[in-house]
Design a binder for this molecule. Structure first.
Ligand code: IPM
Ligand code: MG
Length: 362
């Protein structure tokens, strides 16, 4: 029986609850398809600060480097909000992305028909929305040097540097073209090349790469215009590729128009390693109450099956099982509407597992 080792980083807040749900589902998928999963836990974020004095202990990095995939819950919470930037839980997340060279962050934005009424957009605008943001994840102002707050003529100056090498642009753009090829063959590249030189280089490299993908329709948008088009014509997008900071902002916008942040998974891919996590945060206000929506983390495990283990059939089944569960009316409080069946984290997990079994048998 093939065995895959998964590093499990539960993190903070609702992290442990939603991760535990996703692992149950992963075990079920393993049983059905004859694959063995071995899970090993390590600390990250606030809980790592509390127990080890750092948001990303070295042993956590080692475990991830020696695993086939990483599943992460969420990091952060009010308890650690007043720490300096360098010591905050978020630093653990940024550190692991860099350590594993996870340069392509895939964030799907999909409007589920049974939940369409919760989209802040008009139903006719939201309907059919199904795109993925491919956000560059290891460059840009997030990591560019120089950075810091310095003194100049006795006054403080804050500095960050937006920086990309052509190779950094090329590899993420290629990944985005490849993904577009497996979807609706449309790629939107987002930049600010009317103002920024780094964006000019971005656009040039995209044009160069486009020559190898004549079957994919290419569109360029400035980031401000793209922010507008996402709320105007969301269903017209297929794959959006952009840099780290633009992608950070646009992917939150994309997430909210689906009406259900608790539903959105993500994958962060490099050439050797991959990490999967829900798009939502640690939601400290509902932590430990058993009401967190586990679907985003469960769908993240679906992305793991697809991208890390090549188990496409299983991944498709899981996506369908989630849709079926929604059609059956199961809702956690964050997506609840009248007439539906209100369940907690465990109830939702159980319903999805039942749906997987049912679909698998048919
Ligand atoms: C995200 C988050 C992180 C980011 C923060 C928590 C560092 O906003 O994953 O989008 O900016 O990348
Ligand atoms: Mg963000």
């Amino acid at each position: 029986m093939p065995a895959f080792k998964v590093a499990v980083l539960e993190g903070d807040g609702i992290g442990p609850e939603v991760v535990s749900s996703a692992l149950k589902v992963l075990e079920e998928m393993g049983k059905l398809s004859g694959v063995d999963f071995v899970f090993e836990k390590a600390l990250i974020g606030g809980s790592a600060i509390d127990q080890k004095g750092t948001p990303l202990p070295q042993e956590t990095v080692e475990l991830c480097l020696n695993s086939d995939a990483v599943l992460l819950g969420a990091v952060g919470g009010p308890k650690w909000d007043n720490l300096p930037t360098e010591q905050r839980p978020e630093k653990g997340l940024l550190g692991i992305r860099k350590a594993l060279d996870l340069y392509a962050n895939l964030r799907p934005a999909k409007v589920y028909e049974p939940l369409i009424a919760s989209s802040p957009l008009k139903e006719e605008v939201a309907r059919g929305t199904d795109f993925v943001v491919v956000r560059e994840l290891t460059g840009d102002v997030y990591y560019g040097e120089p950075r810091g707050v310095f003194f100049q003529d006795g006054k403080r100056v804050g500095v960050n540097t937006m920086k990309y090498t052509e190779d950094e642009i090329r590899r993420v753009v290629r990944k985005a073209f490849e993904i577009a090829r497996q979807r609706k063959r449309k790629l939107t590249s987002v930049d600010k090349s009317n103002v920024l030189e780094v964006s000019g280089l971005w656009k040039t490299v995209v044009e160069e790469e486009a020559k190898s993908y004549p079957d994919v329709e290419l569109e360029h948008l400035y980031v401000d215009n793209c922010a507008m088009q996402i709320v105007r014509r969301p269903s017209s997008f297929d794959v959006i590729v952009t840099g780290n900071i633009f992608g950070d902002i646009l992917s939150d916008e994309a997430a909210v128009i689906t009406g259900s942040l608790g539903m959105l998974p993500s994958a962060s891919l490099g050439d050797k390693y991959a990490l999967y996590e829900p798009v939502h945060g640690s939601a400290p206000d509902i932590a430990g109450k058993g009401v967190a929506n586990p679907i985003a983390t469960i769908l993240s495990v679906g992305m793991m099956l697809r991208y890390s283990f090549g188990l496409k059939k299983e991944a498709d089944f899981l996506d369908k099982a989630v849709e079926l569960t929604l059609q059956q009316g199961y809702r956690t409080p964050d997506i609840y509407s009248e007439g539906c069946i209100k369940v907690g984290t465990e109830g939702m997990t159980e319903a999805i597992i039942q749906a997987v079994r049912k679909l698998w048998q048919e």
